[in-house]
Design a protein around this ligand. Structure first.
Ligand code: HEC
Length: 146
């Protein structure tokens, strides 16, 4: 049986592997990032529904899932993962600092959404939700093939 401690140790190993260029990745990075982006898409749809039904406080945990994924994005594009079943453009590796900055902008916007939701202010939360969407788009325009 896996204990919490074992799981935490495994997560640490996974992150350490990703940090040295993905050679020791526990999972295929292309699959891992696609899964993460699919979760982003679901999270955005969930938040739209929550805002539509005035459940502002419930937006926070969903936004938190997105910001946690945002922090991982740069580790999910190790060198060489431009090959395979992927829409990642080669520019990601050519302009890596800019790509990382766009990932960080997304993470920061998702954190901002958590904070806005915690304030209970629906208008501010809706505004920040739109800002998060803008950071998805900004990255896709440069770095995702159609
Ligand atoms: C820092 C860049 C970046 C940000 C920010 C970003 N994406 Fe992406 N996204 C990508 C790239 C690159 C791919 C292509 C991944 C691949 O095919 O390997 C992608 C792929 C996707 C996919 C397709 C996944 C699949 O199954 O092939 C969806 C859906 C998606 N993104 C949604 C989102 C949403 C929604 C957001 C914001 C909430 C977002 N993304 C934020 C770069 C980004």
């Amino acid at each position: 049986m896996l204990t919490r401690v074992t799981l935490a140790a495994m997560a640490a190993l996974f992150l350490a592997g990703a940090g040295v260029g993905g050679t020791a990745m526990a999972q295929d990075p292309i699959k891992a990032r696609k899964d993460g982006f699919e979760s982003n898409k679901k999270a955005m749809a969930e938040i739209k529904d929550l805002l539509g039904s005035d459940k502002v406080a419930q937006v926070g945990p969903v936004a938190q899932r997105m910001s946690a994924f945002g922090a991982q994005i740069p580790t999910l594009f190790p060198a060489g993962s431009d090959k395979g079943d992927t829409k990642a453009k080669a520019d990601i590796w050519a302009n890596n600092a800019d790509f990382a900055a766009k990932a960080q902008a997304f993470e920061a916007a998702a954190k901002g959404l958590e904070a806005a939701a915690a304030s209970g202010d629906k208008a501010a939360t809706a505004k920040q939700f739109a800002a998060v969407g803008g950071t998805c788009k900004a990255c896709h325009e440069s770095y995702r093939a159609d």
